[in-house]
Ligand binder design. Structure first.
Ligand code: OGA
Ligand code: NI
Length: 353
């Protein structure tokens, strides 16, 4: 038994995907081999390339990133086998109101149901979150991963993948820091008690792909996302230059990187977090695996001091990341009938502007 189509999945007309979405003129592809080569000139070109991709697109693809095709195949296979299990088996590790980690097949984005099933885990085995969304909440709850019994190699594949993808995340963070004119390690300390999590996404074939979305349009709330996708395709990115949706062409053994809301705020809008969504199709199921690079829950997010000045004052009020995350999670879990939390809610009303 899989998902059954009903009205809850139907997007408002203006958000439905067009029947054809172009892959042409898409996001930049960046070769990361200069990181390993250790040649200074090609490294500074790489920093500049990352900087302009973040500024002009908010999205890019990376190749020669150092993660083996064999490991990608292992985690992809583990995801396929897990989602292939009977629903009762998957529901043994089901997410609930008391634990946001595990299997789930009824997520909403902006109050419309997504055509997908997911499995979430944190890279540290457990994570701490504020107990409520109340400002100044000091109490926290701790959540632990729920690992399925089948397939037996699932947990090892997930653990190995998370070690490798975290290493890549720190490298990308250094490149981004350098491209903003900061020192390479300037942003790393925010991730000391990180809240990194990985999601396995399965988008089954959908009988009404023109009415529904795999994930509705949204911006990622964390710092950075590193996404693996299979060869089916369906990720659409809002192109900054003209606001059109463009499809990201799958490149075998590559990753898609995007800047999330936290980097938008840290960089004081130099790099914007860009809207994206997932289109589905009636023939082929699709798998994707995003890694969300998130700082510790207690981190207060505000523009980095060195990136603001009298001429370029801070554009955001500080906000607490754990509470922002918790508010988002709750709204994805339940239909609230109102807009969920967005970073523009923390935007300052500037006099000039
Ligand atoms: C997400 C997301 C894209 C994809 O899970 O936040 O944007 O291709 N996923 O699955
Ligand atoms: Ni996303």
């Amino acid at each position: 038994m899989g998902l059954e189509f009903d009205d809850a999945f139907i997007q408002a007309e203006e958000h439905r995907p067009k029947p054809y979405i172009s892959e042409a003129g898409g996001i930049p592809v960046i070769d990361l081999s200069p990181i390993i080569a250790g040649d200074e000139e090609s490294f500074s070109d790489l920093v500049a390339e990352v900087g302009s991709a973040c500024k002009n697109w908010g999205f890019f693809q990376v190749i020669n990133h150092g993660i083996s095709g064999e490991l990608l195949e292992r985690i992809h296979a583990a995801a396929r086998e897990f989602f292939d299990l009977p629903l009762e088996e998957k529901r043994r590790v089901r997410r609930g109101e008391d634990n946001p980690l595990g299997y789930y097949d009824a997520e909403n984005t902006k109050n419309v149901r997504d055509w997908k099933e997911v499995f979430d885990f944190v890279t540290n085995e457990s994570t701490e979150l504020p107990a409520t969304e109340e400002p100044g909440e000091k109490r926290t709850d701790v959540f632990c991963n729920q690992w399925p019994e089948y397939p037996p190699e699932f947990r090892d594949a997930c653990k190995e993948y998370s070690t490798e993808v975290e290493r890549l995340a720190y490298k990308l963070l250094e490149l981004i820091s350098l491209s903003l004119g900061l020192s390479a390690k300037r942003l790393s300390s925010f991730f000391k008690d990180d809240m990194n999590f990985i999601r396995l996404n399965h988008y089954p074939p959908c009988p009404e792909p023109q009415l529904a979305l795999g994930v509705g349009r949204h911006k990622d709330g964390g710092a950075l996302t590193i996404l693996f996708q299979d060869e089916v395709g369906g990720l659409d990115v809002r192109r900054k230059s003209d606001g059109e949706w463009v499809r990201v062409k799958p490149i075998p053994n590559s990753f898609i990187i995007n800047v999330g809301d936290i980097i938008q705020v840290w960089s004081n809008d130099a790099y914007e977090s860009v809207e994206h969504r997932v289109s589905v199709n009636s023939e082929r199921g699709r798998f994707s695996i995003p890694f969300f690079f998130n700082p510790a829950h207690y981190t207060n997010i505000k523009p980095i001091e060195e990136l603001t000045s009298e001429e370029n004052p801070a554009r955001y009020e500080q906000y607490n990341w754990g509470q922002f995350f918790k508010a988002r999670k709750n709204s994805n879990f339940k239909k609230l009938g109102k807009e969920n939390v967005q970073i523009y809610h923390f935007k300052k009303a500037l006099l000039a502007n």
